[in-house]
Write a new protein. Structure first.
Length: 263
């Protein structure tokens, strides 16, 4: 079968080249010339007139013929085409970007731009710029990634359009205490306090240390009581914990984060 396949491909290639060379009397000559000694290049000088002046142009008569591939080379290319290189998969530059704790990579401007791109009129009790700034300030106090925490808020609130049980007046940006479709969850007195509660709730999962600010997360002690000395590390570890069943929950947060970086 292998020999039959190659023969078929060869005959097909011969047919294609026969069509390409139809009507040309120089194909056979080019094959014969390939075995002959190299011919010295010849040049022709011509004069062309531009703006009442003469310019000498030197052309190479053999330049185009040298670039022309031989019959055998063209057959070889058809029988054994060069493989097309596949683009490399884009992988995370570092596993650190998956960690809940760490320093931001995305800028505050990128966070604001991505939010307004998806919702020009977010339902907030502050400006988008101030809210993002709260995330960067509060998260930095606790060592939490502010850019990815903000990405989680975008996911939880639908770019601050809500539509579920939580309402904008709650300043609840991560669904704290929303345990069912009828339970609204926690209310916070200001956007900053709402952000602080979100960051403290993340801290409860990833660290045994006390928050740097007074606890405002109503479920902080509950999480710490359940996990004790155990802690989580990456956003994927929130699957089935922050959200139930939560399949792919952490990965979807990272999708929002990557979109922020590309905004």
């Amino acid at each position: 079968m292998f020999l039959k396949g190659n023969c078929a491909r060869f005959l097909c290639a011969m047919g294609v080249l026969a069509v390409l060379s139809c009507g040309s009397a120089t194909e056979a000559k080019s094959i014969a010339d390939s075995n002959a000694e190299p011919v010295k290049k010849t040049t022709v000088s011509t004069e062309r007139t531009y703006n009442n002046g003469k310019t000498k142009v030197v052309t190479d008569k053999n330049s185009s013929s040298e670039k022309k591939k031989s019959f055998a080379e063209r057959i070889e290319e058809i029988l054994h085409p060069t493989p097309v290189e596949q683009p490399e998969a884009v992988l995370p530059t570092s596993s650190d970007e998956m960690n809940i704790m760490g320093s931001p990579v995305a800028t505050q401007e990128q966070c604001v731009r991505y939010l307004l791109k998806n919702n020009p009129n977010p339902l907030l009790n502050t400006t988008p710029e101030e809210l993002v700034n709260y995330y960067y300030e509060e998260a930095s106090l606790e060592g939490i990634r502010p850019d990815i925490a903000f990405a989680q808020a975008l996911k939880e609130t639908g770019f601050f359009s809500y539509g579920g049980t939580v309402i904008p007046a709650q300043n609840n940006y991560c669904g704290l205490g929303t345990t069912s479709a009828t339970v609204k969850g926690a209310f916070f007195e200001s956007p900053r306090v709402g952000v602080r509660a979100h960051i403290q709730h993340l801290l409860a999962y990833v660290s045994t240390k006390n928050p740097a600010t007074p606890v405002v997360d109503p479920r902080y002690s509950l999480v710490r009581g359940v996990y004790g000395s155990n802690t989580l590390n990456q956003w994927q570890d929130l699957n089935g914990r922050w959200a139930v069943p939560g399949v792919g929950y952490g990965q979807s947060i990272l999708d929002y984060y990557h979109a922020i970086l590309n905004s």
